[in-house]
Ligand binder design. Structure first.
Ligand SMILES: [Zn+2]
Length: 437
């Protein structure tokens, strides 16, 4: 057991001083409060936050950073960006793929992230029409272990290239032939994860299920995989309504918009996270949240791709209803994701304080999205500094000039609206500290 004491500790509603955090040998928090112990580690000049959770990432897309930002043939779109992404996919060998994942996961950790939900659909070494090696699945897990990051591998089912269309070209490296083969691979991955967790003496890796989108699978496969995920008590993720064209295609083929089709097909949203919801009808988003769903926004990626600004519901500020993802990893900064979630709403509604909780507090709602909302979405014991949860922390440098003038009452707002990830001094995953930047 080791006892930590920082100058300030986030206890769920505010920063408090004099708070000690006892961390057990198992990497979990044993106790929090005025424990009256002599601390083993005095974190002077530091404020302790729960580590950030990035609930939606495609680590390999880090390879596109800085590319595709000039537009010689006129303005681009999500779909022209996707062509550039497929070009990257067709060129990546195993070593480069793994190196990109390690780079992304290290950068996340330096930005204060302690757990990632890696939405992984890039399974195969080759573009062959019957590719079945799944070599890249293991590389993602190995890369996260190398970076010391907690990972939930969100293994994604990708069956069609567009609504009702076969896979083509680079998409064949994403191929999932059937739900049966999908679950066989999940069994193999569960075995690998058990080995990795034993090796590290902790549960740092776990699995979630996923269907890429209603572009990549029909309602029958969606229902089959979701039902089996429920039976196995695994979280389930799916991209929903990021682009108008997805809505048009699904509407033309199935006679319903994707969110409506999703809700009708599954009948519930328990343990279900919908990624983006950029063009989701406000009433349908309310229905989805009321059915137990979580919405994952990815403001920096949505901004980079020109997706649009989602209509985040105002009447549903429940903690854990929202989470955040770095998605394309064009920029990795949970602080900036929080800021732009609120700023997007401000710009769209010409008002301030769009995403506030019942006390009118914006920053707390944003922090909850970046921590406990992500942990809920991924099904991990994290997201708060509380007994029984993993000892996953981000330590902030209170001496940073970016935070000058802070008080315990304004520190969270100063971080979210005035700072970059440069204020992250160090992160801790399961009780093990690593350097910040
Ligand atoms: Zn995505």
């Amino acid at each position: 057991m080791r006892v930590l004491e920082a100058d300030l500790t986030w206890t769920g509603n505010r920063f408090e001083s004099g708070v000690q955090v006892a961390v057990g040998e198992d990497g979990r928090i044993a106790a929090v409060g005025a424990l009256g112990r002599t601390p083993d580690a005095r974190l002077a000049g530091r404020a302790l936050l729960p580590g950030f959770v990035t609930a939606h990432s495609h680590a390999f897309q880090r390879g596109l950073r800085g590319r595709g930002e000039t537009f010689p043939r006129g303005s681009g779109s999500f779909w022209t960006w996707r062509e550039a992404m497929y070009d990257l996919v067709s060129r990546l060998d195993a070593a480069t793929f793994r190196a990109l994942c390690v780079q992304t996961f290290r950068e996340m950790r330096a930005a204060g992230v302690t757990a990632v939900g890696e939405f992984h659909y890039f399974h195969h070494r080759e573009e062959s029409p019957d590719a079945a090696d799944y070599e890249f699945d293991e590389l993602v897990l190995a890369a996260a272990a190398e970076a010391g990051l907690r990972i939930v591998l969100i293994q994604s089912y990708y069956h069609t290239g567009a609504v009702g269309q076969p896979l083509e070209g680079a998409q064949r490296r994403f191929r999932s032939p059937s739900p049966k083969v999908y679950w066989e691979q999940m069994e193999r991955l569960a075995g690998l994860i058990d080995d990795s967790n034993r090796q590290h003496g902790q549960g740092r890796q776990s699995l979630a299920a996923s269907v890429h989108s209603l572009r990549a699978a029909g309602p029958d496969d969606l229902a089959a995989i979701y039902d089996e995920a429920r039976r196995r008590d695994l979280p389930f993720h799916i991209h929903v309504e990021e682009q108008q064209r997805e809505i048009e295609d699904v509407l033309a083929y199935y006679g319903q918009r994707p969110m409506a089709l999703l809700l009708e097909t599954l009948g519930t949203a328990t343990d279900l996270t919908a990624i983006h919801c950029t063009h989701t009808d406000g009433e349908e988003m309310e229905r989805f949240l009321a059915a137990g769903g979580t919405v994952c926004f990815c403001p920096l990626t949505e901004g980079n791709l020109g997706d649009g600004i989602p209509a985040a519901p105002r009447s549903h500020p429940t903690s854990g209803a929202f989470c955040l993802g770095s998605d394309s990893n064009a920029r990795i900064s949970p602080i900036e994701e929080m800021r732009w979630l609120e700023y997007g709403q401000r710009l769209a509604t010409e008002s301030r304080g769009a995403l506030r909780n019942e006390e009118g507090n914006v920053a707390k709602l944003l922090l909850d999205a970046a921590t406990l909302g992500g942990a809920k979405s991924l099904g991990i014991d994290a997201g708060r500094i509380a007994p029984g949860l993993w000892a996953d922390f981000a330590a902030l440098d209170l001496g940073s000039p970016m935070l000058a003038g802070w008080t315990p009452e304004t520190l969270l707002e100063a971080v979210i609206f005035g700072a970059t990830e440069g204020v992250v001094a160090a992160t801790c995953v399961g009780g093990e500290w690593g350097e910040g930047r």
